[in-house]
Design a protein around this ligand. Structure first.
Ligand code: MLT
Length: 312
């Protein structure tokens, strides 16, 4: 396909709407980031960037689909840290996380929060840990499937407190949040993109953040690191990819559109409200994403092996 795509057609790109695949449900944190940046990207590209949610198997269903899509610039993929953990979590994946994708650029960096249903009987993180350990057969933990950020955080949390819990998997933390609000599930670890307004509205309880430092938009929440789980740290990062073989002039244009969107005032303000931070402009490059993806695969692989969590 790359050969059929000459310089002349790259000049005309894009001549029709572009689909941005989101590997989780609508209404969740990845979807929120995607919908926010899609608007200024559409302005820059003078074509609509249309969101398509392809949830399932912790984001790997969507990744497989993107890997098999035509490398023509009309399918792009927003994914997060899960693109780096899936290769260690799944014994077999229908794609190669590095070699089947063309990186476009890094997008944001997002803290996570430990949150519970509103009437959960623990008033702070120390009580939550004690309660969870004492009630491990009845406490339920929501996540978005093996390979999701909420799965990674939960895995690290359970390892840190040496307690196995019943997990309830969803196709994204959007629907998981609905069940948390409804009290059908007890707690989860989810990105501030999805939890901030529910925390501020008093609809759920919040206990701690997963970043090394406290989060400016949720200053009262302690870090897990300072709450008796030293060294606990997970920060979600997002990147945008295209299928391998997408022509370089097309990638360049998409990188520019992404950079443009991260400078947009509305995007910056909404990101700020949601505790998510656009990456430094110097990181909005294919090279920065390629390098972070590789280093994150290397970082998480031994941790996941040690935890002994696998899917077939
Ligand atoms: C989502 O968009 O639903 C989340 O990013 C899922 C997750 O990774 O926890």
């Amino acid at each position: 396909a790359a050969m059929a795509f000459g310089a002349a057609s790259a000049d005309d790109y894009p001549s029709k709407p572009i689909t941005m695949i989101i590997p989780f449900s609508a209404g969740g944190p990845t979807d929120t980031v995607g919908r926010l940046i899609a608007q200024p990207m559409s302005t820059y590209l003078k074509q609509q960037v249309v969101i398509e949610n392809v949830g399932g198997a912790g984001g790997t269903l969507a990744a497989g689909r993107v890997a098999r899509s035509a490398p023509d610039g009309y399918t792009i993929f927003l994914h997060h840290i899960g693109h780096s953990t899936a290769p260690s979590l799944y014994r077999k994946l229908p794609y190669d996380a590095i070699n089947d994708f063309e990186p476009i650029g890094l997008v944001t960096s997002v803290p996570m929060t430990i949150v519970a249903r509103k009437d959960f009987p623990a008033k702070d993180i120390k009580e939550l840990i004690a309660y969870v350990k004492a009630n491990k057969d009845k406490v339920t933990y929501a996540n978005a499937g093996l390979g999701s950020a909420s799965h990674l955080c939960g895995m690290l949390f359970m390892t840190a407190i040496q307690t196995d819990l019943t997990t309830v998997p969803y196709k994204g933390t959007g629907p998981a949040m609905n069940d948390l609000l409804g009290g059908q599930v007890d707690f989860m670890c989810d990105q501030t993109t999805n939890t901030t307004s529910q925390i501020k509205g008093g609809k759920i309880r919040a206990y701690a953040v997963t970043t090394r430092n406290r989060v400016a938009s949720l200053p009262d929440l302690p870090t897990l690191h300072e709450s008796g789980l030293p060294g606990f740290e997970v920060t979600v990062w997002h990147g945008i990819y295209a299928p391998k073989g997408t022509p370089k002039p097309v990638i360049d244009k998409l990188t520019k559109a992404l950079a443009f969107s991260l400078k947009d005032e509305t995007v910056k303000q909404r990101f700020g409200d949601l505790g998510t931070e656009p990456v430094d402009p110097s990181q909005v490059t294919p090279a920065a994403l390629r390098s972070l993806l590789r280093s994150e695969i290397d970082k998480w692989s031994p941790i996941i092996k040690k935890a002994g969590v696998y899917a077939d």
